[in-house]
Design a protein around this ligand. Structure first.
Ligand code: NAD
Length: 359
């Protein structure tokens, strides 16, 4: 199979394979689109079983970045990089410098940041050899949580006709950087929390500060709650879990929550409103992008985060009207914006949506 025929290819503008044998670097940079601006997305380091697996991952991730930035209204395109290797064993300064030179070689068409297997300190090392690193000034997690909260607000307005979280029960899977901040926001808004994590310290924090009820990791899906917030792993909405869900809304931070595309329909068939992950977890990207765009102040950032609410409502309503899944509608909206179409305006009239009158 060639790259052009790859099932995830989706008309990527550029896919570059880099090798620096002396530094032990094998990396792929995928640039899905620069239609709206330079491509931006993190660098993942993972011990892929094969080059084919690495290629599949980088193509999928880079397209998702195009869609995320497009729906967030950012003048940025989508790209991603993968380094093939085990970060615990193979990562060192020489390799990261070599990767930095690869990114520099692309002359600003692609900007890199941290991702799974790379951390902030690694990005600083990469930045010693290239000008195109971002997300190095502030932690994106609090902003990601704010955006997810906006997506949740839209979901409860649309699905539950509710203007606030008081008394609503929310199951949060994963109490890491984003999950913990999201719990803060939900707790302050009056929600009752049911949580799980494999890290006992994270769980203890949620009990102490939010009075959260704790359940075992595999028990989180079947909890009698109003919302389920996946904030840990991808692929967790699948044949085994969807049938267990009691929540009528799924809205969380985790990337790639759907096991397969068809699971968006499986959720809809059960009457569960799914807030597409890349639509509502863009807050961190909105924050990190300020390193590239320079001109975005805090007020503009907050405006971008609040826009997630508007866009989510638009996606929910359009899905209902058209009988399509929210995942399909979000994809179409992103594709249309990449092709020059406009995003829903903040001033859109949502008075027909019952929950909005309660806001
Ligand atoms: P994190 O690593 O800080 O937190 C993940 C948490 O999930 C950890 O506390 C971990 O112990 C827990 N976890 C792992 N396996 C689990 C399991 N089986 N059951 C329950 N808990 C489990 O990551 P994060 O930065 O909080 O990101 C969470 C998710 O959101 C990830 O999927 C990430 O890709 C996505 N995301 C994060 C950001 C961001 O700004 N950090 C932005 C967009 C998307």
């Amino acid at each position: 199979m060639t790259v052009f025929d790859h099932i995830e290819f989706d008309n990527h503008e550029q896919v570059v394979f880099f090798r620096d044998a002396q530094a032990g670097l094998s990396a792929i940079v995928a640039i899905h689109s620069t239609a709206l601006g330079p491509a931006a997305g993190g660098c993942r380091m993972w011990p892929y079983a094969s080059t084919a697996d690495a290629l599949t991952d980088v193509l999928r991730l880079s397209k998702a970045m195009s869609y995320k930035s497009a729906l967030a209204g950012l003048p940025l395109g989508g790209g991603k990089a993968v380094i093939i290797g085990d970060p615990a064993v193979d990562k060192n300064e020489r390799l990261l410098h070599a990767f930095g030179r690869c990114v520099q070689h692309l002359g600003g068409r692609y900007w890199t940041a941290e991702d799974v297997g790379t951390g902030l300190s690694d990005v600083h090392i990469i930045g010693e050899q290239c000008d195109y690193v971002f997300g190095t000034s502030v932690s994106p997690a609090p902003y990601t949580a704010m955006g997810v909260f906006e997506g949740m607000r839209a979901a409860i307005a649309y699905q539950l006709e509710r203007g606030n979280f008081r008394g609503l029960r929310v199951a949060v899977q994963g109490l890491g950087n984003v999950g913990r901040h999201l719990c803060h926001l939900l707790h302050d808004a009056g929600a009752e929390l049911v949580v799980t994590d494999i890290n006992p310290e994270a769980v203890a924090y949620a009990v102490e500060f939010f009075g959260a009820e704790v359940v075992a990791p595999n028990a989180i899906y079947a909890q009698p709650v109003d919302l389920f917030a996946p904030c840990a792993l991808g692929g967790i909405l699948n044949d085994a879990t969807i049938s267990q869900l009691q929540a009528s809304i799924v809205a969380g931070a985790a990337n790639n929550q759907l096991g397969e595309r068809r699971h968006a329909q499986a959720l809809a068939d059960r009457g569960i409103l799914y807030a597409p992950d890349y639509l509502i977890n863009a807050g961190g990207m909105l924050s990190a992008s300020r390193d590239i765009l320079h001109d975005e102040g805090e007020a503009e950032l907050m405006r971008g985060i609040r826009r997630i609410y508007t866009t989510a409502l638009h996606v929910f309503a359009t899905a209902d009207e058209s009988g399509r899944t929210t995942a399909d509608v979000a994809d179409s909206l992103a594709q249309a914006h990449l092709a020059g179409g406009r995003l829903p305006e903040e001033e859109m009239d949502y008075s027909g949506i019952a929950g909005i009158s309660a806001l």
